[in-house]
Design a protein around this ligand. Structure first.
Ligand SMILES: CC(=O)SCCNC(=O)CCNC(=O)[C@H](O)C(C)(C)COP(=O)(O)OP(=O)(O)OC[C@H]1O[C@@H](n2cnc3c(N)ncnc32)[C@H](O)[C@@H]1OP(=O)(O)O
Ligand SMILES: CC(=O)C(=O)O
Length: 520
């Protein structure tokens, strides 16, 4: 099994992505998590860029890393100056890391048009900067910026930049598809040329502008690259960098390369979510391997097959990357899929039992009316209980009234009055609220708490409304989904109606009934 070195740049190229910014504390937490996961290198910032990164490199010295080497990143010296007087170079030195990564231009067009210097001076900038850090005892990785674009237009010059970096003592060279437009077959060919020509460790750093960063990185590895750069969740400049959460499982579990210790791979889903959480970015649930949907089976035939043998529709055992399998129950489900949910309530029911068919038919009728059970597990459980005769309504609604006053007084504009009956006893309560649904929620709790004090433990954590047929304008049907928790469990319930208050009421009743039924 060939060992690869995983080089994470979430804290450097990752923060070049739109919307991504970490505090020093965030960076320290992510460094610890990446080190636990077992990456070889953590490129953690650009000390020549900002005071935050300078503070980070000062504070990170107090953290003892078990697996990873920390890297400070920066450019070659500027044109027509010396390394000693270049502020970026000096900041990089002051970061005091054992390894530095220096990026320099490998594309002649960029040298002329962007650096506005000569091809010869660019080679000197690379040589001087690498040599400067080697003389200071550092390990140096040379990131050949725009290497693939450069190679396609002027291969001699692109190769020369690598040669100069190696002559100056660089310990490895990394080929960058900086503009993110390379195709996998050309990455393979060009990387192979470099691997065959130079006796050094070759790395790959791909951007995703044409959507091929992961494929490109894999082809570079196949051509002999052993250092693989990328970011957690693919964050990075423009369309992002090669996503390590996709790359690592592909390389290690499907292709047989060694990236991190096998047992550490189980941390991957947690790591991906942890970084999303810190970045304050909604986690991509469709992400391969680490998204909630990566092992979610919805089509009836798929769910049936997975129940028989998981190999039928799963690339890997989800637990290998710390993820888990789910079955989504919907109108495209078959008996095999609903059986899993039924068996949680009654394990004696079989796929061929008449109840299974009755539940499936009821589910499909309700989805036809606009219900969607895959995100409403609480209501699904109640539907199953009702068909199985394992449901006892906690109360009967006698009536409710909701009054909306405009203009509102002190932002309270709604009142609700409700009458219920529990075991032959009728009770009435009234409450106000910030809107009609809030008032109704307050009133129903107030009246039911007299019978069921445990309702006090419950609170709503989310309320979503979706218009199902917007072309019916204000007569449109709406779907309300409510999420609730009692501190121990969380559950979602659904209501559908052309009247938003009625749809909300149905979701609210299911939420309360779910709580009371789960305790019986
Ligand atoms: C492909 C990559 O992702 S490489 C990493 C890029 N990362 C970043 O740019 C983030 C950090 N950057 C920064 O904080 C700032 O750009 C700084 C502090 C480094 C420089 O800021 P400024 O001095 O104000 O320059 P500015 O950002 O406007 O322009 C970039 C300068 O770097 C030069 N430059 C660009 N690439 C290189 C290189 N490989 N080697 C040397 N100089 C370079 C440009 O020619 C330009 O120089 P000029 O001012 O003489 O025209
Ligand atoms: C170095 C780097 O981030 C790039 O070339 O994309």
């Amino acid at each position: 099994m060939k060992n690869l070195r995983i080089y994470d740049t979430t804290l450097r190229d990752g923060v070049q992505g739109q919307g991504i910014s970490f505090t020093v504390e965030d960076k320290l937490k992510i460094v610890k998590a990446l080190d636990e996961f077992g990456v070889a290198y953590i490129e953690a910032g650009n000390p020549g860029s900002n005071p935050k990164d300078i503070e980070f490199f000062e504070r990170v010295k107090n953290i003892k890393l078990k697996n990873a080497k920390l890297i400070a990143f920066g450019s070659t010296r500027r044109a027509n100056t010396t390394t000693e007087e270049d502020a970026n170079v000096i900041s990089l030195l002051n970061a005091d890391t054992e390894v530095v990564t220096i990026f320099g231009k490998s594309w002649d067009f960029q040298v002329i048009e962007i650096l506005k210097t000569t091809l010869e001076e660019n080679l000197k900038m690379i040589y001087d900067t690498v040599k400067f850090f080697k003389d200071k005892g550092k390990s140096v990785i040379f990131d050949a910026e725009h290497f693939f674009d450069g190679y396609k237009q002027n291969p001699e010059y692109a190769l020369k930049t690598l040669e100069v970096a190696l002559e100056a003592g660089a310990d490895s060279v990394c080929l960058c598809d900086t503009k993110g437009g390379a195709f996998p077959m050309e990455v393979y060919e060009i990387t192979k040329t470099v691997v065959d020509k130079f006796n050094t460790e070759v790395g790959i750093h791909c951007h995703n502008d044409n959507g091929m960063a992961v494929a490109d990185s894999i082809m570079a590895v196949e051509a002999g690259a052993i250092q693989v750069q990328g970011t957690i969740n693919g964050y990075g400049e423009r369309c992002g960098n090669a996503n390590l959460c996709t790359l690592v499982p592909n390389l290690q579990l499907l292709m047989g390369y060694k990236c991190v210790p096998d047992e550490n791979l189980k941390q991957l889903t947690h790591l991906a979510r942890f970084v999303s959480e810190i970045a304050n970015v909604t986690h991509d649930e469709r992400a391969p391997f680490v998204g909630k949907n990566a092992f979610a089976h919805k089509a009836g035939m798929h769910a049936d097959a997975v129940n028989k043998n998981t190999y039928s529709y799963e690339l890997i055992d989800p637990s290998l990357v710390g993820n888990s399998r789910t079955f989504l129950i919907s109108e495209v489900a078959g008996r095999g899929a609903v059986l899993n949910a039924i068996n949680e309530i009654d394990p004696t029911i079989k796929k061929n039992s008449p109840e299974t068919k009755l539940i499936l038919d009821r589910l499909k009728e309700m989805e036809y009316l606009g219900y969607q059970y895959e995100n409403a597990g609480g209501s699904l459980e109640l539907l199953i209980r009702k068909v199985l005769g394992r449901y006892k309504p906690a109360f009967n609604l006698k009536e409710f009234k909701v009054i909306v006053n405009e203009p509102s007084v002190n932002s309270v504009n709604s009142f609700a009055i409700i009458k219920v009956e529990v075991d032959g006893v009728e009770e009435i309560a009234a409450a106000d609220g910030d809107g009609p649904v809030h008032a109704l929620d307050n009133a129903v709790r107030r009246v039911l708490e007299r019978f069921y004090p445990q309702i006090k433990e419950m609170r709503l954590t989310d309320y979503k409304v979706r218009v199902l047929d917007s072309n019916s304008a204000t007569a449109a049907k709406v779907r309300v989904i409510i999420e609730s928790t009692d501190g121990k469990d969380s559950w979602s319930t659904i209501g559908v109606s052309t009247d938003i208050i009625e749809a909300s009421w149905r979701a609210l009743v299911d939420s309360i009934e779910y709580k009371l039924n789960k305790e019986n």
